[in-house]
Design a protein around this ligand. Structure first.
Ligand SMILES: C[S@@+](CC[C@H](N)C(=O)[O-])C[C@H]1O[C@@H](n2cnc3c(N)ncnc32)[C@H](O)[C@@H]1O
Length: 244
């Protein structure tokens, strides 16, 4: 049985950055949530270029939060004349916001009016806050958002067992030092099972144990310039087949 969910509460720091009292960490850089999503997760995974010529492109994300990475990815897909016919985004979230808090958060932090209709569509389709997997069909079915509500340590192995495969991995689970549960060896092992042979990943962290976990699970990483004053972040790709 899935445990009952504990939802997130919407709190802002004095500088307007959304903050999690539970994890004592911020959801996005104070330098801008959308700009961070584009720099770290889209550019970090070579998007939009990498999804061109594919019939379907799948992203797996650890930590849906306010869905800023999802909205940025959806907007980039919408605006790309060479987009794949289908975009699938799968994201895991232990403490989801309510639909109302999602709307308030987006109104406060999204500074690009071209994203407002996507935010509205997401909040309107938002599921009940119940543990388990919720599939949302957006953009008349061309965009699928699969929200897995629960702990990533439980849900990622289940998604891997059900045969999920992904082209890109967004690692976004708060700082490893503040939230080690999102950066365990078991999570990296599941991601290695889910990653397609040409899969890429990106994360804003460059913590030593994350680098080691990536290597141990068959990923090769590069350190590149981080976002918003952060010196470094990690990007990379699947380097070896592990366990095949
Ligand atoms: C930095 S935020 C994600 C920001 C998000 N990607 C966005 O675009 O708005 C990290 C998220 O990880 C979630 N989280 C923390 N620990 C988790 C766990 N063990 N399993 C699943 N989600 C977790 C938090 O609730 C939080 O929403």
């Amino acid at each position: 049985m899935d445990e009952p969910l504990i939802s997130a509460s919407l709190v802002f720091r004095d500088d307007g950055t959304p903050y999690s009292p539970r994890h004592d960490d911020i959801y996005h850089s104070a330098a801008g949530a959308l700009a961070q999503a584009r720099h770290v997760f889209l550019d970090g995974n070579g998007l939009p270029a990498r999804w061109r010529e594919k019939p379907r492109f799948t992203v797996i994300e650890t930590g849906f939060g306010m869905g800023i990475n999802f909205l940025s990815t959806w907007a980039a897909w919408r605006d790309d004349p060479q987009r794949p016919p289908a975009l699938e985004f799968v994201s895991i979230e232990k403490h989801p916001f309510s639909a109302d808090d999602l709307r308030s958060a987006h109104a406060a932090i999204i500074d690009d009016i071209a994203i407002a209709p996507l935010s509205d569509a997401l909040a309107s389709a938002w599921p009940k806050l119940e543990a388990g997997v919720h599939k949302l069909a957006l953009a008349t079915g061309a965009v699928t958002l699969t929200l897995a509500f629960g702990d990533a340590g439980d849900l990622l192995p289940r998604l891997a067992e059900h045969g999920l495969t992904a082209d890109a991995i967004y690692l976004d689970g708060f700082a490893p030092a503040r939230n080690p549960d999102m950066w365990t060896p078991a999570i990296f092992a599941s991601l290695a099972r889910i990653a397609k042979d040409d899969a890429t990943f990106a994360t804003y962290t460059s913590a030593g144990h994350v680098k080691r976990a990536l290597i141990d699970n068959g990923f090769a990483y590069r350190k590149v310039a981080g976002f918003g004053g952060k010196r470094a972040m990690l990007v990379g790709k699947r380097a070896l087949s592990v366990g095949h």
